[in-house]
Design a protein around this ligand. Structure first.
Ligand SMILES: [Cu+2]
Length: 111
């Protein structure tokens, strides 16, 4: 969801609206704790790869305690990890959630 990164950045500003209104509904099931970096092991499917391989869109399976299954854009830590991987492939990856946004690392093809 494209709103996700923006929500992280603006979480502090929109805390009230986010807790009570329509913005929260957009990312229901997602725990966006501010001011910390966390790694989550994740599984998913590649939905889109930028031509420079620096960003990727991944439909993730549920990540307990963080977010439900959804498709989101990630910055790729090491674009070389995407060689041999194409749209539609199932992968495992580590999702690093930081204040600055979402990073996908340790991307590996799975079965
Ligand atoms: Cu999300």
């Amino acid at each position: 969801m494209k709103n996700h990164i923006r929500l992280i950045i603006l979480a502090g500003i929109f805390t009230l609206e986010w807790a009570t209104g329509p913005i929260r509904a957009d990312m229901d099931g997602m725990n966006m704790s501010p001011s910390s970096t966390h790694d989550y092991s994740a599984k998913g499917m590649i939905k889109k790869i930028a031509s420079d391989k620096k960003t990727v869109s991944i439909q993730n399976e549920d990540i307990p305690g963080y977010m439900k299954s959804m498709t989101m854009d990630y910055v790729v830590q090491k674009p070389t990890e995407l060689s041999g991987i194409k749209v539609g492939d199932k992968i495992t990856f580590t999702l690093e959630a930081a204040d600055s946004g979402l990073l996908a690392k340790d991307i590996k093809k799975s079965n």
